[in-house]
Ligand binder design. Structure first.
Ligand SMILES: *[C@@H]1O[C@H](CO)[C@@H](O)[C@H](O)[C@H]1NC(C)=O
Length: 358
């Protein structure tokens, strides 16, 4: 069992980077969990931009970058562990795509109807990937470009906005679709995206599962008691459906390799027992206002300009009302790199992979 799990991790995350036999580049799709600043270049609402203080206050990057964190985010650590440079935002005009590129956009959904017009949805992120594909072909020639594409790691962290703004915050959508139907639509569209990428030659995928959405400070603030259960149920249903889809794609598609990480349980442990993991505060956001710091402002809306800021973000699980601190990003990236070392961790991770046997 141990060797299987380690093999999978080597496959999924250690294969990013120059240390691997062949160079793997890193392509990232997603929402604010992994947006490195694409939204700095689009027209959107202030809530979807983090290119201002106190974001980035720990100074790893000299100025705020657009990351929804006090510093780095998980993909920065994964790139570092893979001996790659920081992977740039696609929309940055000075971006060099040689080691990969990041298409993620805060507020974005898998469904195009989610926060429509305020973020770069998954379909558009795939269109942008086609541009990078063209660029690779022109630069390297077709056969070398194909090799880069099939050796690359495709990391996807998306879906939270489909369930929060797209469903729970959208009465009309709730009238139209039962929760299970809606999960089916989200997963259906994600599956189409995976098939499209596979069709283009992508073979190695990494997934960050949804977190316990109902325990985000913003939703805790809306719930009379504890976490907002409907949001947690949707996240769990999505994660289960995603795992099933991945198992099936593993059977159906030759050489489809993936690693699915259970961020839900991992984060839940830190929310409930922060001190077991070196944190002091698992519930209240470092930056925000109102109950739990859950009112969505950390200097990000024009309506509310005041907010409170904690003394030490490293003691907090949550940075703002939606997003975890750099320390959480780093701990999870490390966990992915090291792999689950104990049986308990192994159960929490549920990392799995499948390659069609021939
Ligand atoms: C994708 O989402 C749309 C709604 O945005 C839905 O009508 C469609 O059926 C979904 N596609 C799949 C394959 O589930």
């Amino acid at each position: 069992m141990t060797s299987f799990v380690n093999l999978v991790l080597v496959l999924c995350f250690s294969s990013i980077g120059v240390s691997a036999e062949k160079k793997s580049v890193f392509f990232i799709f997603g929402d604010s969990t992994v947006d490195p600043g694409n939204n700095n270049y689009i027209e959107t609402i202030p809530e979807n931009q983090a290119n201002h203080k106190p974001y980035g206050q720990n100074g790893f990057f000299k100025d705020p970058t657009g990351r929804f964190s006090d510093g780095r985010i998980i993909v920065d650590f994964l790139a570092e562990y893979g001996k790659l440079p920081i992977i740039p935002p696609y929309l940055d005009p000075s971006a060099d795509y040689s080691y990969g590129v990041n298409f993620a956009s805060a507020g974005a959904g898998i469904l195009s109807t989610t926060n429509e017009g305020q973020a770069i949805d998954l379909k558009t992120q795939l269109k942008y990937f086609e541009e990078v594909e063209k660029w690779l072909r022109e630069k390297l020639g077709s056969s070398e470009a194909e090799e880069v594409i099939s050796n690359a790691v495709y990391f996807i962290s998306m879906g939270s906005n489909d369930y929060l703004g797209g469903y729970l915050g959208n009465p009309k959508m709730q009238e139209l679709h039962l929760p299970e139907e809606y999960v089916g639509m989200v997963i259906g569209n994600l599956t189409s995206a995976l098939q499209e990428l596979y069709g283009k030659g992508a073979r190695k995928f990494g997934f960050l599962s949804l977190s316990p959405l109902g325990c985000l400070p913003i939703l805790r603030a809306m719930s009379p008691k504890g976490c907002f259960e409907e949001a947690n149920s949707l996240a769990l249903a999505h994660n289960n459906a995603l795992k099933n889809v991945l198992t099936n794609l593993g059977y159906l598609f030759k050489d489809f390799k993936y690693c699915y990480s259970n961020f839900y349980n991992w984060l839940q442990q830190r929310i409930i027992y922060p001190s077991n993991y070196g944190f002091k505060e698992g519930v209240n956001a470092c930056c925000g206002s109102g109950p739990y710091g859950g009112v969505y402002t950390c200097g990000g809306t024009k309506k509310v300009t005041t907010y409170e800021l904690c003394d030490n973000a490293n003691e907090h699980v949550w940075w703002d009302s939606f997003h975890p601190t750099e320390r959480i990003h780093e701990q999870f990236a490390k966990a992915l790199r090291m792999g689950p070392r104990t049986l308990r961790e192994r159960i929490l991770f549920e990392i799995s992979s499948s390659t069609r046997r021939r």
